[in-house]
Structures are given as C-alpha cells and as structure tokens.
Design a protein. Structure first.
Length: 262
C-alpha cells in the first residue's frame, strides 16, 4: 500500500515572507524520504502542503497521479495522513479513542466503533508498543507515549502516503530506532522531517535538504549530506564514520573548526 508522490515548483509564503520557493520532489512508491534543515527552514510548512492542508502559492502536488489540492477532505484523508509535531488532544480521551479518530475518513458520523475498528486500533497500538496503555487518558501519558499514540492514529488511517513531522521527538533512543524500523516495515511511501542527521542517513532511502526556503536535489543520504553541505547549511562539522561491525555510515557532528569557519 504505497503511492507515487510528485511535487512541482512549490512556493509558499507566511505573511510577506516567502517560506518555500521552487521546491520539487519525485518520490517513488514505498520510498522513505527524510527532510532535513535548520529550524525555521520550512520543513513543517512543506509537510502541510504535501498533506493538502495548506495551499501552495505556486505549484502542484500529485499523489498517485491525482492533484491533491483538488480533492475533498475525506478523499484526501484516505490518501495522506500527517502526524504533526504538536497536536492538542482532548485530555479526557483515552489512548484508543484518539487512535480511533484516524478511522474518521472511513466512518459514517452516526456509527460507533465496531469490532473491526477496535481490532484495527488495537493493532496500531501494538505496532507502537502501547497495547497496555489503550485505556489510559492521554493526559496521563508521557510526551513520548503521546507521540506514539499520534503515530498509531496516523497508521490506522491506512493511507498509502504517510507524512511525519519530527516523529522521534520525545522518544528515547530505543524507541527512536524502533519507530524508524517500523516506518521502514510499513511498505508505504513515507516522508518525514528529522533533526537527527545520523538517523536520516541510516534509515532514509533519499534525503531532501531544505536551506533558506530552497530544496537541494533529492539524493541518497551519502550524496545529500556531504560534509560540505552539512557545514554550509547547519554550520557544523560532519565527519562520516563507518561502523566497525555493520559497515553503516554514521555522521559524527562536532562544532565547525575555526579554520573552516567562513
Ligand atoms: N503562521 C505563520 N506566520 C508567520 N510566519 C510563519 C507562520 N508559520 C510559520 N512561519 C515561519 O515560516 C518559517 C518556516 O516555519 P516551519 O515551521 O515550516 O519551519 P521548520 O523547518 O519546520 O522549523 P523547526 O525545525 O523549528 O520545526 C519560519 O520562519 C516560521 O517562523
């Protein structure tokens, strides 16, 4: 269950400020794409445009060949799920009830949650290792547990395109790795904003670097996150290190050395 995603010439403004300009990306079915860039570079804005929740001032988004911004809310919600960074949740809702909200695009407003829906919700909670907390009010969950409830809500929406805004925020290191493994196993097309460049290098098929509202070409992590690019975009030193056992490349991030400072 995955889909092709194509965006062309996207531009977006906030007030008088242009946040994104001429962003293009072509994502193959089933790919995991990482969006990286400094604070305020436009990652969340781009995800909201790709989710169809925000209109671009210029450009188009096509999901499975269909123009996303031309769809009604229910049709769109069957194609794309966005797990945003911060979402206010009604405090007295139980964890499973929040996850069940992800089924809204498939339900009539008058129907309750039947056994099939309950099973889907239970499965999504199990995928994020929260089966035991299904009946806990969300205001009694930790920040990391709430993040995982929101991810479960995105999973239960069963969309071929899943957008995640900094999904590893608040998660301990084990749960960060578990989440990225889960994302890889889903077989969906996934676009996620990440701050952790090492995680992006280790787990994404390709990476989009956003810098001052412009996107560098989508490329495999080793080509997208070269020491030169990381230095110019983030102002830090990045040294690729090969893991002695797995052979995977990890980025060692340190302050920019004075001799390299422009
Ligand atoms: N409603 C708004 N009005 C004015 N400016 C906005 C608005 N929303 C976002 N911006 C600005 O747009 C820019 C991009 O914001 P966005 O949240 O997309 O960045 P981001 O890359 O996700 O940042 P972060 O890494 O800090 O989460 C920022 O400079 C932000 O201040």
């Amino acid at each position: 269950m995955s889909v092709h995603l194509r965006a062309e010439g996207l531009a977006c403004s906030a007030g008088k400020r242009v946040v994104l300009r001429d962003v293009r990306l072509d994502v193959r079915e089933g790919e995991t794409i990482g969006i990286v860039g400094p604070n305020g570079c436009g990652k969340s804005t781009l995800l909201r445009v790709l989710a169809g929740l925000r209109n671009p001032s210029v450009g188009h988004v096509h999901v499975g060949g269909v123009r996303l911004h031309g769809l009604g809310a229910r049709q769109r919600a069957r194609k794309v799920a966005l797990v945003a960074q911060e979402q206010d949740l009604p405090p007295d809702l139980l964890a499973w009830e929040v996850v069940a909200l992800g089924l809204t695009p498939y339900r009539s407003p008058w129907n309750g949650v039947g056994p099939r829906e309950r099973a889907a919700v239970a499965d999504a909670l199990a995928q994020v290792a929260l089966a035991d907390l299904a009946d806990r009010p969300v205001n009694q969950l930790s920040g990391g547990e709430r993040r995982r409830v929101l991810l479960a809500r995105g999973l239960v929406q069963r969309t071929p395109l899943l957008l995640l805004d900094e999904p590893t925020n608040h998660l301990d290191v084990r749960h960060q790795l578990d989440l990225m493994q889960l994302v890889r196993r889903l077989g969906r097309t996934v676009v996620l904003a990440l701050h952790d460049l090492t995680l992006a290098t280790a787990t994404c098929d390709r990476v989009l670097v956003l810098h001052e509202g412009r996107a560098l070409p989508l490329a495999p992590p080793g080509e997208a996150l070269t020491p030169g690019v990381v230095g110019a975009v983030f102002g830090v030193d990045a040294t690729p290190i090969r893991h002695p056992v797995t052979g995977d490349t990890h980025l060692l991030i340190t302050p920019l050395r004075p001799e390299c400072t422009p």
